[in-house]
Design a protein around this ligand. Structure first.
Ligand code: 1PR
Length: 550
């Protein structure tokens, strides 16, 4: 099989990129030292995390000159995400660090006054300009396809600016901001999105680069109507995973977090078994799920860390599922079976190396947030959120919140921030606050959801997975009041979770709140609806979704 060279400096999830490259018929050779760069015919520069950190690593590793030489020699070069950003002169993210300066201009942070930042989700890379419909595909890009982006800084698009210098540009729009989604000139091609995480559409782009197919004729006529908007409505399938009583890892699902059967043949307290994690993840990918989340809900530690069964599940899932994968459960400082201390950062690293794009932190985030408040909102630099976010970037850290309603008669009854609810409590109470819980809802804390989300945003979390114990498994729709109040508090994206029972519940949460994504579990696992049915319904309601491409 033909080869492509990949720079082995990256901390992030390169396994998915390797899987994607192999999927389109190439093998990967690693560049482990600067001298290896000269051996490369085709070179890919993946990049994750912080611009300054990434560029300093190239600099310290002695890669800058060899990469420049490669590009100058006219051999094919592709940059991905921070690999694209590295080609520019500089970035607001770290003005003291210089980029390669091959593309003119500076990357700037998205304006977060009207939208969530980071920009996470599926957006365009549109080569059509204005009303002019292009029939040509640049490196397999299709104006009607959607690609997976995750970043806070971008190169603003100015009509004609890059083109005057000979660049071809594909753009995306986030709110009012139009930015560079992909850019190409001669032997250089770079994407701000992750092709390895963009399903079939992304694999097509990787293949076109590797095959050297710069320009092709579009097979389908692109629709301009769908290509000009911003992010699609993100629909996520979530798999709660744990060992059952026979010792097998199964997908399970609780009602208000209770996962044991209460009726039927398995009644008598067996863990509800809804299927095999890898097979189910693949099924949801094929139904068009925009991401797949695994939550290891018992996050057991009775085997050596490196053998954790979840690592194997991730590795196998990442071979066939080319959308972002999140893993949660047990991301915290821990002690291995042989007594060795393992930091949360090392635990996360194992998951990233096995194919995870994001880790999700539950109980540990609550404890860390409580300590942050108690210390007068001072960052310690030592928490799981901070260490992982500093090393892998904010976008790689999700905080999973498990709140439950505590009803009160009036806001004066509690120091916590209350809301007036349309759904009064058991004794007619018209107010409630949302209490944070840990250990899968088993322990309630004297800490509310606002305190938690504000603290973890300050600590470097990139996204909130907002569950709701009262709604979990209820099929009665999302807790819109909870979602709205959390969205008012923070700028980072929120994934609404708990309570989805049918496609209309997804439409409702997107129409009545500003949630950035919505997640379902039980309704998919029980086979009541497919992800595709949810997306078809959203589309019929005029909400833009990513269509699954064959
Ligand atoms: O505390 O960092 O080890 O993480 C543990 C993780 O496991 C947390 O993310 C926590 O939410 C999750 N978890 C722990 N116990 C349970 C349980 O169910 N007994 N599951 C649990 C949480 C909630 C959602 C669920 C939605 C949608 N599950 O993931 O998928 O509520 O369900 P629905 O659509 O069927 O209503 P740590």
């Amino acid at each position: 099989m033909p080869k492509v060279y990949l720079l082995d400096y990256v901390a992030g999830n390169v396994r998915s990129l390797v899987n994607a490259i192999e999927k389109v018929g190439y093998t990967v050779e690693w560049i482990r030292e600067p001298a290896d760069v000269a051996k490369a015919d085709k070179l890919i520069l993946p990049g994750v995390g912080h611009f300054g950190h990434c560029l300093s690593q190239f600099e310290q590793g002695g890669y800058v000159e060899p990469i420049r030489e490669h590009i100058k020699s006219g051999k094919p070069f592709m940059g991905i995400c921070v690999g694209l950003q590295a080609l520019f002169e500089s970035s607001e993210e770290d003005p003291n660090v210089k980029g390669f300066g091959i593309i003119p201009g500076q990357l700037v942070k998205f304006d977060d006054s009207t939208k969530s930042v980071p920009h996470i989700g599926w957006n365009s890379a549109n080569t059509s300009k204005g009303n002019e419909v292009t029939r040509e595909s640049l490196f397999g890009l299709n104006p009607s396809s959607k690609y997976y982006y995750v970043h806070s800084y971008a190169a603003p698009y100015r009509k004609g600016y890059y083109e005057a210098d000979g660049w071809s540009v594909a753009t995306a729009r986030y709110g009012e901001e139009e930015f560079v989604g992909a850019i190409a000139k001669d032997n250089i091609f770079a994407t701000q999105f992750h092709p390895e995480k963009s399903g079939i559409a992304g694999l097509r782009v990787l293949k076109a680069f590797l095959d050297g197919t710069r320009l092709d004729t579009l097979k389908e006529q692109p629709s301009l109507a769908t290509s000009k908007e911003g992010l699609t409505r993100r629909v996520i399938a979530c798999l709660d995973v744990r060992t059952n009583d026979a010792g097998d890892l199964v997908v399970t699902k609780g009602d208000q977090y209770d996962v044991r059967e209460k009726e039927g043949v398995d009644a008598g307290g067996q863990v509800r078994n809804l299927g095999k994690p890898v097979d189910m993840a693949r099924k949801y990918y094929e139904q068009g799920s925009d991401e797949v989340t695994f939550l290891n809900i018992t996050s057991f530690r009775n085997c050596p860390l490196a053998d954790l069964p979840m690592l194997e599940i991730l590795r196998r899932t990442a071979e066939t599922v080319f959308v972002p994968l999140t893993i949660g459960g047990g991301i915290r400082d821990s002690v291995d079976t042989d007594g060795t201390k393992v930091s949360a950062l090392e635990v996360a690293k194992l998951y990233f190396k096995s194919g995870a794009d994001k880790v999700s932190i539950g109980s540990d985030a609550v404890t860390a947030a409580e300590e942050y408040e108690a210390a007068g909102k001072k960052l310690s630099g030592q928490t799981a959120i901070e260490t992982i976010s500093n090393a892998y970037g904010r976008q790689a850290v999700v905080v999973s919140v498990d709140p439950k309603r505590i009803y009160v008669r009036s806001p004066e009854e509690t120091p916590h921030r209350t809301i007036k609810t349309k759904f009064p409590g058991p004794n007619g109470e018209e107010y409630c606050w949302y209490q944070c819980t840990i250990k899968g809802g088993r322990e309630g804390r004297d800490f509310d959801v606002h305190q938690l989300v504000s603290a973890v945003e300050a600590m470097g979390a990139g996204e909130i997975l907002l569950n709701c114990i009262d709604k979990d498994g209820s099929n009665s729709g999302f807790d819109l009041e909870l979602i709205s109040t959390v969205k008012e508090t923070i700028k980072i994206p929120v994934i609404a979770s708990s309570g989805a029972g049918n496609p209309a519940h997804f439409a409702e949460v997107f129409e009545k709140t500003t949630t950035d994504a919505a997640l379902g579990a039980g309704m998919f696992h029980r086979g009541e609806y497919t992800v595709k049915q949810v997306k078809d319904y959203l589309e019929s309601e005029g909400l833009m979704v990513r269509r699954f491409e064959e």
